[in-house]
Design a protein around this ligand. Structure first.
Ligand code: 5RP
Length: 226
């Protein structure tokens, strides 16, 4: 199986996973990226079984609507049954790096109000230690250089993602070469840098369930909380 087939497989598995939890009033949080797109395409097959969705990006909202799946504003929704999204890296504790698509701020917001976060990846995303993938930071444009200097003092190499604006109208710094031995501590530290809107570490609130697609099927892993 190639990577696209693995993504399609895990997207369908996520639909089978949430199918058992659904009732007609359920609202589903939907992530962003190529794996999340596979989930959206499979979700269309059971769209009669739930009320609607909240999307973490304009791109995902458009794809959901193209399938005839209702999309609500998060402000109009009390609770999300589940949030389903991909990741750029995941470790054994289900801590993640996200934001390769620059959508991690909205992803973090939508995930934060879901009862559970189901992360869907192909096996290439599994790592022992987070940080080979550069850590994306969404920054307020006027603070970009100040945040970059702060990241250099943390040992990182920030690179401005050129010709890219987030759905919130902000810019992205991709930070290379960070030592992410303590993901929660680093997430908190970067959150405290003035001008950072959010960073792509999902460690303070990691995934609750990880579905990993590989050549022989899909593995399910549930987080052991400390
Ligand atoms: C977007 C994300 C994506 O979930 C992440 O980049 C993974 O994308 P893909 O499924 O295309 O590999 O965080 O901001």
């Amino acid at each position: 199986m190639n990577q696209d087939q693995l993504k399609a497989q895990v997207g369908q598995h996520a639909v089978d996973y949430i199918d058992k939890l659904l009732d007609p009033d359920s609202i589903i949080g939907v992530g962003t990226g190529s794996t999340a797109n596979c989930f959206i395409d499979s979700l269309a097959g059971i769209k009669h079984k739930f009320d609607g969705t909240v999307a973490s990006s304009n791109a995902s909202a458009e794809r959901l609507v193209s399938h005839g799946i209702p999309v609500y504003e998060l402000n109009d929704v009390n609770e999300l049954l589940v949030y389903v999204d991909g990741a750029d890296e995941t470790n054994a504790d289900l801590e993640l790096i996200k934001g390769g698509g620059g959508a991690h701020t909205r992803e973090k917001i939508v995930a934060s109000v879901a009862r559970q976060f189901v992360c869907i990846v192909d096996s290439s995303k599994l790592v022992d230690t987070l940080g080979t993938f550069p850590l994306p930071l969404e920054v307020i444009p006027m603070a970009r250089s100040a945040v970059a200097r702060a990241m250099v003092s943390l040992g990182g190499k920030p690179v401005y993602r050129e010709n890219f604006l987030t759905d919130n109208g902000n810019q992205i710094l991709d930070v290379y070469d960070l030592s992410i031995d303590e993901p929660r501590g680093l997430e908190e530290r970067i959150n405290n840098i003035t001008g950072v809107v959010s960073n792509g570490l999902f460690a303070i609130k990691p995934a609750d369930v990880l579905l990993v697609g590989h050549a022989n099927g899909v593995d399910e892993k549930v987080a052991a909380r400390s």
